[in-house]
Design a protein around this ligand. Structure first.
Ligand code: SF4
Ligand code: SF4
Length: 377
């Protein structure tokens, strides 16, 4: 296993981190025997960053991780968990959830504590409820060694949050098709310029870069002179970047762990990408991106729509279903992906107000009709 410095914290972390949100399940609950075997196998093979969060597995992940780390494993790892910002309505809530998390995890301290899922709105809410005082207190009491945040919003919001507090680290969604999405490469470089540790989530885009990929993607991989599987290419792209400290993977089987450990060994050296490898990754990226149906950057300038349509989310779903060929799955979950119950595309009354605000000059009304015909038909 290779290790890297986590930004200004100077902690040595394994380049592969274990994300505890996709444990194997049995009868609707985490299969604790398998999960224990998997996490301990990863730790025994050098993984030292374990990431969980309050809501993972409907609240089961933290207590299970607490059990798994018994018997000397807690001391071998840097443990990360996250404050559930969407449940916070007061300063007291923060203490309440944090203390509950310590109890669930059977520990006196969290190594890397994240403020979970920050966006413009959740950040404002957390700040108004005394976020910084809370962070200062848990650090002072040595109950959290380092504090950072995970993020899902636009690059402007990302920079604003970074500049607003003396964070130790940050966690962003990043992979070879998300270079311009949310924080993206610009955010990665910005965080690195402030010497923040950088943790990557969604390295495989929830599996979309490796599962059920198109024939064209398979051909690019098979015809390359450099032999790697689809996951190998995705991780190579990330490990190559020196700004990245840890790449999280939500592993569900022992085979995935073995494969990811192998990839970390073979691809984990920073700045090691050859020209040939870069060409293959660009081909993969271009092939996925050629399927994009709406050139929406997710900037959110078009919202709020007076009727409440979740315009950027509708377009994101349309693009994802086209890029990854998973229309049926998205269709099944379409309404739950949207921001609120009544924010689906067909409630648009075609007033056109959104189109005036869109810097990409997207024909929003017509594109929303396409969203309807794909997901609401
Ligand atoms: S055109 Fe449709 S989506 Fe756009 S603002 Fe009007 S109602 Fe909302
Ligand atoms: S539709 Fe236009 S304004 Fe709305 S999020 Fe996409 S790019 Fe931004």
């Amino acid at each position: 296993m290779l290790y890297r410095k986590m930004g200004k914290t100077n902690e040595e972390v394994s380049i592969l981190g274990f994300g505890c949100m996709r444990f194997p399940t049995k009868d609707g609950k985490i299969d604790e025997v398998k999960a224990t075997e998997m996490v301990r196998y990863a730790i025994d093979n050098g993984v030292n960053y374990i990431d969980t969060a309050y809501p993972y597995h409907n609240g089961e992940s933290e207590p299970v991780v607490g059990e798994i780390l018994k018997g000397g494993y807690r001391e071998k790892v840097k443990l990360a968990t996250k404050l559930p910002t969407w449940l916070i309505t007061s300063r007291e809530d923060m203490d309440k959830y944090f203390n509950e998390q310590l109890e669930r995890l059977q520990t006196n301290y969290i190594d890397f504590y994240l403020i979970h899922n920050l966006n413009k709105e959740s950040y404002r809410n957390a700040k108004e409820n005394g976020l910084f005082e809370f962070i200062d207190k848990i650090k002072e009491e040595k109950k959290a060694r380092y504090v950072g945040f995970s993020f899902h919003d636009t690059i402007d919001v990302y920079k604003e949050i970074i500049d607003d507090y003396d964070w130790d680290f940050t966690q962003i969604q990043y992979n070879y098709i998300d270079e311009e999405y949310q924080a993206g490469t610009e955010g990665l470089l910005y965080a690195a310029s402030k010497d923040l540790g950088i943790i990557i989530m969604e390295p495989l885009r929830g599996g979309a870069l490796v599962n059920n990929v198109s024939k064209k993607i398979k051909d690019i991989i098979e015809k390359s002179n450099v032999q790697k599987n689809a996951a190998g290419w995705a991780f190579k792209f990330l490990y190559n970047r020196e700004e990245i400290s840890v790449v999280l993977s939500g592993m569900s089987t022992i085979e995935q762990i073995i494969d990811n450990l192998k990839i970390a060994d073979s691809e984990g050296i920073k700045n090691s990408m050859t020209e040939e490898e870069e060409t293959v990754i660009n081909q993969l990226k271009d092939e996925f991106k050629s399927k994009i149906k709406v050139n929406c950057t997710g900037c959110k300038y078009c919202v709020p729509c007076p009727l409440g349509v979740s315009i950027p989310t509708c377009f994101e779903l349309l693009n994802n279903s086209s890029m990854f060929g998973n229309v049926d799955t998205i269709k099944e979950n379409y309404y739950s992906y949207l921001e609120s119950e009544k924010s689906h595309a067909s409630i648009c009354v075609e007033c056109g107000a959104c189109e005036e605000k869109c810097p990409q000059h997207i024909d929003i009304r017509n594109k929303l009709k396409e969203v309807c015909s794909v997901f609401e038909a």
